[in-house]
Design a protein around this ligand. Structure first.
Ligand code: HEC
Ligand code: HEC
Ligand code: HEC
Ligand code: HEC
Length: 172
């Protein structure tokens, strides 16, 4: 009797864990967002992001400055170094099991600022702000920016939230 109970408890626990994992928000990648957020229908955020340095942050890790910094600090290749990638690439900042379409060359991608999109990706959800937030859409507050804009960054510049916020609005 006890053994059967134990077995059911075990199966129950496995199902519970599986359910929790599958309900986690996953990172679907900028190409998916582009399908709707490119052109005039819902705003041209994709092209605007392409002009923003966040979408180029991986390339920066191969720049002259990065190469020089790496050489001085015993880093073989900054563009392959986890310590640098964690802020310059959304793909690298998240656990492998949460990557569902996102690519490394997206650098700091849409979902780096808006949250993993697997659950809010449907237009019906996105049109309803509170439902979108409950499905993983996050606010772009100062706390979010400071995850990367802090003195741990070797080339950190003073961060003024208001000025910086104006610069990343998708109005370009
Ligand atoms: C199938 C179409 C579609 C896809 C794919 C899509 N969106 Fe949306 N998104 C919408 C629609 C529709 C709205 C509602 C606003 C509007 O109509 O312009 C919206 C709104 C938003 C908003 C504003 C929501 C709010 O309440 O502040 C954000 C931010 C957003 N989308 C980000 C994303 C990101 C990031 C992705 C990719 C992970 C994405 N969207 C993928 C259609 C889409
Ligand atoms: C996941 C990490 C990350 C997050 C989150 C993030 N940024 Fe950035 N940001 C970067 C990196 C990395 C760069 C440098 C890009 C490059 O030049 O390669 C950057 C560059 C910038 C720049 C250009 C700086 C310059 O001197 O040219 C502005 C402005 C900026 N971010 C504003 C913001 C704001 C505002 C937020 C919050 C809404 C934010 N960022 C969130 C990582 C991040
Ligand atoms: C804590 C997050 C973070 C880490 C870790 C990080 N960076 Fe950055 N990096 C940034 C941000 C944010 C910027 C944009 C500058 C700013 O506004 O502070 C940036 C900018 C840069 C720039 C451009 C500087 C300029 O003046 O043009 C280079 C080069 C760079 N980082 C190299 C690296 C290298 C190499 C590493 C690893 C050793 C690294 N970063 C680690 C967040 C980070
Ligand atoms: C560096 C952070 C950052 C990145 C990366 C980013 N966004 Fe945004 N996004 C913002 C901020 C800040 C706002 C303005 C939010 C507000 O007004 O509260 C915004 C607003 C939006 C909105 C609402 C409508 C609008 O244009 O204001 C949509 C839709 C959106 N972003 C989609 C995207 C998509 C799609 C991508 C990738 C192609 C992307 N964002 C990448 C920071 C970012």
């Amino acid at each position: 009797m006890m053994n059967i109970m134990k077995r059911y408890l075990f199966i129950g626990a496995v199902l519970l864990i599986a359910g929790t994992i599958s309900a986690q928000n996953k990172y679907i990648g900028a190409e998916k967002c582009k399908a709707c957020h490119n052109g005039t229908d819902h705003g041209n955020q994709y092209d605007s992001w392409l002009k923003d340095s966040h979408s180029q942050a991986i390339k920066t890790l191969s720049s002259e400055k990065a190469v020089e910094y790496a050489k001085k600090n015993g880093i073989a290749d900054a563009s392959k170094e986890a310590k640098c990638l964690k802020c310059h690439s959304t793909y690298d900042a998240v656990a492998p099991e949460l990557r569902d379409g996102i690519k490394q060359d997206e650098s700091v991608s849409c979902e780096g600022c808006h949250g993993a999109g697997s659950r809010y990706r449907s237009p019906a959800i996105m049109k309803n702000h509170s439902l979108a937030v409950r499905s993983g859409l996050i606010e772009q507050d100062e706390k979010l920016c400071l995850v990367c804009h802090n003195s741990e960054a070797p080339f950190h510049k003073e961060f003024d939230f208001k000025t910086a916020f104006e610069k990343v609005l998708h109005t370009k």
